[in-house]
Design a protein around this ligand. Sequence first.
Ligand code: RIB
Length: 311
Amino acid sequence: MRKISIVGSLNIDFISNVFDFPKVGETIRAMDFHISPGGKGANQAVAAAKLGGHVEMIGKVGKDKYGDVLIESLAKVGVKTQNIKKEGDTGKTFINVNHKGDNTITYVPGANEEITKEDINASLPDLRESSYLLLQQEIQEEIVEDVIDLASGLNGCKVILNAAPARVINDKIIREVHTLIVNEVELEFLSKDYVSEEQGLVSKVNYLLNKGIKKVIITLGDKGAVFASSSEYKHIPALTVSATDTTGAGDTFIGAYAVAKSEGLNDIEAIEFAVKASAIAVTKHGAQPAIPTRKEFKAFFKEKEESSFNR
Ligand code: RIB
């Protein structure tokens, strides 16, 4: 199994549990509050490592106490952290989670936007050994583009871009992406100028495939995920669980998918594994603390099998 590298964000998440999201002009009281390590890049790194991957994180945190907390959270699950540099203030997010487990997230990028080309070049020896490179969009656009360009020149390193949060991606870059992973909101954003809202998922996915991306995966929350390539289109259903907090569920999916691919599974098998891992993650609070280890993953499904057998 070769390495999975992640170039992306590390945030400290300030999470309030609320009954419903506040309306404009409304002040509401939170039912609970906690601070926990997050960031789409870091969450995906933690997911890949907890589920058995050989993982390297490249990114930037602040020279503050939260920076140390974030590095520690990665290191304790075995992620290599020597390419995480320190500068300025750590990225922060303010998250509301409602009674259905849905969330809204506001992020303050901080150090995530201080990643430079020099930082990336310093990590080149590690990128060369990677079979998968995961990127998200909470870091600067030009850095994402540089990394994708660089990876396209490396032998056997496939780029998985999680286009979250959504923003315009230039056509040259999109052609170099091997697998694009988006949720429905991001898919809508990327295709809105060319495919009408009513045209449905297939037209939107085809629009992206026609741009030259080899594989597109749409995460659909409690409806599972869709896989599409030029020769295949398949819906993979979700598992039925009771959601407590969906924060980081998409990141768990992506980390799990990368691990399964690095172990040689095909795309559909890898998505089935990812759907299961994210189903476990939504049953717990927070992003990184909710991600299952490989052992917890096995135990969860053994228990589920036994209880359905005994019924
Ligand atoms: O995807 C969930 C993550 O998005 C949170 O952990 C938060 O940090 C934001 O980056």
